[in-house]
Design a protein around this ligand. Structure first.
Ligand code: AP5
Ligand code: MG
Ligand code: ZN
Length: 215
């Protein structure tokens, strides 16, 4: 199953992806996670990506596309993959289609996690994440049992640098401008499936599961 998770910042792409990994055993490819790891490791890619991420702008297409193409060649993607946060622009979507075609593959579904904009700022500013395993929390709705410590691995639970009110506002604008057009792009190709993401994450996942099972 070759799946793209589409949705605004805070829609719950990472939350649903974690459930999909557990249920379907597919690799989760999040370009945001790849960039955050590069920043943490202090690599050249990290230095470049940080300039854009801190203000909520997109990392340039030529950088991002190359990384994803290479990742899709890895053996663990042979059975399928979950792309989260990619593509985010029409050129990225075109490049993904071309890359898959050259591998004799294609997307099976693009799942739009649909959440009203009014809910997103609160979700994002309340989000916390484990620095070690990436597990996602929320200080309002899903706190770790011990403050600042991951239930899963004991790692440090922190707030992402781009989850401040100012940066979140710009990220939502950037989404509307650059990424929202992909909804029509994929609808026109017959791939778009919409799930109502403004419900309990487990209820959202019931719908995601039926899409992946082809129901
Ligand atoms: P990225 O890491 O992809 O961030 P994003 O798209 O802004 O999405 P988020 O990770 O913020 O939200 P999410 O949908 O995963 O929500 P989550 O599940 O965590 O990108 C970061 C940056 O990297 C970009 O700004 C850009 O600079 C760069 N970048 C990345 N990819 C790029 C690309 N392709 N091209 C160029 N640049 C790129 O949930 C959010 C919160 O809500 C959590 O607290 C969670 O607990 C809670 N929550 C989740 N689901 C629910 C629910 N159903 N009900 C209530 N609360 C919920
Ligand atoms: Mg995410
Ligand atoms: Zn952890």
């Amino acid at each position: 199953m070759n799946v793209v998770l589409l949705g605004a910042p805070g829609a719950g792409k990472g939350t649903q992806a974690a459930k999909m990994v557990e249920e379907f055993g597919l690799p989760h490819i999040s370009t945001g996670d790849i960039f955050r790891k590069a920043v943490a490791d202090g690599t050249a890619l990290g230095l470049e990506a940080k300039r854009y991420m801190d203000s909520g702008e997109l990392v340039p297409d030529e950088v991002t596309i190359g990384i994803v193409k290479e990742r899709l060649q890895q053996p663990d993607c042979a059975r399928g993959f979950i792309l989260d946060g990619f593509p985010r622009t029409v050129p990225q979507a075109d490049a993904l289609g071309d890359a898959l075609a050259s591998m004799g593959r294609a997307l099976d579904a693009v799942v739009l996690v649909d959440v009203p904009k009014s809910a997103l700022v609160e979700r994002l500013t309340a989000r916390r994440q484990c620095r070690a395993c990436g597990r996602i929390y929320n200080v309002l709705t899903d706190r770790p049992s011990v403050d600042g410590k991951c239930d899963g691995c004991g790692g440090e639970v922190y707030q992402r640098d781009d989850d401040t009110v100012g940066t979140v506002t710009n990220r939502l604008d950037v989404y509307e401008r650059n990424t929202a057009p992909l909804v029509e792009y994929y609808r026109g190709r017959g791939l778009l499936r919409v799930v109502d993401g403004d419900r309990d994450p487990d209820d959202v996942f019931v719908d995601v599961t039926s899409i992946l099972r082809g129901e």
